[in-house]
Ligand binder design. Structure first.
Ligand code: ZN
Length: 296
């Protein structure tokens, strides 16, 4: 009779614990993480899984080069435990925002440990366009999440291992796809200079009338120079980007006969309804667009 009572009590206590949402491990409060732009937000989601709540400052289709922070960004940063940024000068608008938010979050620079390519005297910020670099981003984000939330370290490590395996397969996929493009056709024009790291890793030459930031407008002389180059070198295709002004590329296409090969995604993901809501989708979209325009 006594033993039966103990069992009943244990059962009741367990039911109570479940109804209160107390798990046998530790109480689940999700780590508040802010990422500066959509691509980093996707990386944090993949490593953090259900243990983090991710918000981004520059959302889908946003231009991180020319962003103007909003009052809601101040609130997001004030609530964050961890802030993930790209670095290499990409988030020029960030210092003032941090000051306005009275920031107390830890900041991790996702490009930490990557040797920057130079664009003039500045670092080219678009390091994520090499999948090998994206793997470094993931390692940095994993380590930062572990420091911010040590009890969930195993969870973050496991997620990182799984996602890194996907990135390694993706890197091989890109190399294989570029390998199928005839070598003399691996040259394209893109709107702004966002593909330097992609070019360096995979061997497609990108020429852009706009510099590494979308802030600067190309001069008439720059455009004339590019038009002459496209004609002289018989560059097969020009590409639009989701961010920035498409008219310049259309003009270069009309004046040179180079075809408009499609739209490349450089600095932002699409929203869930678009065709590139994740980094892996974005890289696949770009490689499909490039190969279909450049194949003979
Ligand atoms: Zn850019």
């Amino acid at each position: 009779m006594r033993g039966w009572h103990v069992l009943l009590w244990r059962g009741l206590l367990l039911a109570l614990a479940i109804s209160l949402g107390i798990s046998p491990a530790h109480a689940q409060t999700r780590l508040n993480v802010v990422a500066s732009f959509s691509i980093l937000g996707d990386f944090v989601k993949n490593v953090g899984g259900d243990r983090v709540a991710v918000t981004t400052l520059v959302g889908p289709d946003g231009d991180v080069h020319v962003y103007t922070p909003t009052p809601s960004d101040v609130r997001k940063i004030a609530d964050a435990k961890l802030l993930v940024i790209n670095g290499f000068g990409l988030e020029g608008w960030l210092p003032r925002l941090l000051q306005a938010a009275g920031n107390r979050a830890s900041i991790v620079t996702a490009t930490s440990g990557i040797t920057p390519l130079k664009a003039g005297s500045d670092a080219d910020p678009h390091a994520w366009q090499s999948v090998a670099n994206a793997e470094r981003y993931i390692a940095n984000i994993r380590d930062a999440l572990i420091s911010a939330d040590p009890p969930d370290a195993d969870h973050f490590r496991q997620n990182a291992v799984a996602y890194l395996a996907k990135l390694e397969a993706l890197d091989a996929e890109v190399r294989q796809a570029v390998g199928k493009i005839p070598e003399n056709r691996r040259r394209v024009i893109s709107t702004h200079d966002a593909f330097g790291y992609f070019a360096a890793r995979y061997g497609i030459q990108f020429i852009a009338p706009v510099g590494v930031s979308t802030e600067a407008e190309p001069s008439a002389r720059d455009v004339a120079k590019i038009i002459a180059q496209v004609k002289a070198e018989r560059i097969p295709a020009v590409f639009l980007e989701r961010i920035g002004d498409p008219r310049l590329m259309q003009r270069i296409s009309v004046e040179t006969g180079a075809r408009v090969g499609g739209t490349l995604y450089s600095d932002a993901l699409t929203d869930e309804k678009g065709d590139s809501p994740t980094y892996i989708d974005m890289v696949r979209h770009n490689i499909r667009t490039l190969t279909s325009a450049l194949a003979n």
